[in-house]
Ligand binder design. Sequence first.
Ligand SMILES: Cc1ncc(C[n+]2csc(CCOP(=O)(O)OP(=O)(O)O)c2C)c(N)n1
Length: 353
Amino acid sequence: MVQLLTPDGERVPHPDYELDPTPGELRGLYRDMVLARAADGEGVTLQRQGELALWPSLLGQEAAQIGSARALRDDDHVFPSYRDHGVALCRGLDPLHVFRLFRGVTHGGWDPADHNFHLYTLVIGSQVLHATGYAMGVAAEDAGTAVAVYFGDGATSQGDVSEAFNFAAVYNAPIVFFCQNNQWAISAGNERQSRVPLFRRSAGFGFPGVRVDGNDVLACLAVTRAALARARSGAGPMLIEAFTYRMGAHTTADDASRYRDPVEVEEWRGKDPIARLGLHLRTTGLADDEFFARTDREGADLAADLRASVRGMPDPGLADAFGRTYGSEHPLVAEELAWFREYSASFVAAEEG
Ligand SMILES: Cc1ncc(C[n+]2csc(CCOP(=O)(O)OP(=O)(O)O)c2C)c(N)n1
């Protein structure tokens, strides 16, 4: 497993993956992770207060998401799953798009072309095929960019993912398969997904795989950067298994204490990705109390802004619900809308009568 920063915040060398970040870059990675955690925590809170329908928390996976996302170039394309709020933040997506989605006031989300960040996908594993198709197009056009796709350990049991691996290999597509192995697929543990470590899956398809410490932001950055460069150079796909842990429940609709040993959760708490980089910054003198206080304040301000905006979000009108089914007007949708208006009006008429 590739590691560049131990849980005690100590830098360790690796023969294959070098990284020499500036103090500013290190502080930037720390700040990204703090902001991602703050926005995510607000998602959980708002759901608990009835302001959102659901929230899938990224807690514990900040290093995997920030490290890999900061390795991307603006012209690369990213296909996320549904827990990748940290990746979204790094791509420059306004987090309110994600909150709108989980408040249920928008059908889709955002324009993927704005930040080369495609839509969240809840159908497990299907985005891996979408990304592979896209990457095959990139190869055909010799565009010199790369594609990254995010998925979980559970998704590797979907046929889609195996199909995607094979097509990507056969067409030498410039794609990085970034698997966040957070140990759990809702209540199904890792041992129910594979008899071999996930990073070894790619060998059977003819491309390399590597396991990286998913709670080490530096290792995730270094390995993803190398995999993307390799893909852009025409050497084909690569699988990265980021070994991490989902500290929260699967979503706010789940109670993880029903299937998970609290000892396991406690053990992973000791590997907290933010604390780890924080320790490194402190012990090396690369950040002071003022930096940590300012960063925490930024996180709290972001959360407060999100809370205010979410509470002020207008409910979608009827025209929104019916008007975006097709790109242009459709007689059946128009008929259904007319019926629904009449139906809604009948309540008012009944009350008045
Ligand atoms: C095709 C499909 N099958 C089943 C589900 C139900 N489902 C939602 S999340 C999930 C677990 C996914 O686990 P994993 O891929 O490890 O991602 P994680 O949620 O841990 O990030 C399942 C089975 C689904 N959304 N889509």
